[in-house]
Design a protein around this ligand. Structure first.
Ligand code: NI
Length: 138
């Protein structure tokens, strides 16, 4: 078994908040990410797959195919967008890095697993100091 990771980047705005809470209550829980007038992050997304090396190619999968899936299913929908307002797969969710990672996993898992490999990890890096890794619902 071998692991391969593809990095993509996106820039997006968001706000962490519960609408039934006051701005003060939201700040208490979500800190600066609860700013009522939004803010942005330069996110990095690392998608890791696992599989066996194909002896004919020496590759586990064709990276172009993986990149195409991630770009079409995820990056095209979230880059330079507002995660709370613009992104179909984040509707009704708190736009934490945790929920972003889970939602991205759900968006790409079926297509990635058709590539003769298995999706292993979706990592979302929100800041230099904070990142989330999701390994699926298991
Ligand atoms: Ni934030």
């Amino acid at each position: 078994m071998i692991y391969l990771t593809r990095r993509e980047r996106f820039n997006a705005a968001h706000r962490l908040f519960r609408k039934e809470w006051t701005d003060e209550e939201n700040y208490e829980v979500f800190g600066k990410c609860s700013n009522p007038n939004w803010h942005g992050h330069n996110y990095q997304l690392f998608v890791t797959i696992k599989g066996d090396v194909n002896p004919k190619t020496g590759f586990v999968i064709n990276l172009k195919q993986l990149s195409k899936i991630v770009r079409e299913k995820v990056i095209s929908k979230i880059d330079h967008k507002n995660l709370n307002l613009d992104v179909d797969f984040m509707q009704g969710k708190i736009t934490s890095a945790e929920n972003i990672a889970i939602a991205i996993w759900n968006e790409i898992e079926t297509d990635v697993n058709k590539l003769d490999c298995f999706l292993h990890c979706v990592k979302v890096v929100e800041t230099e100091n904070n990142s989330i890794e999701y390994y699926g619902n298991k």
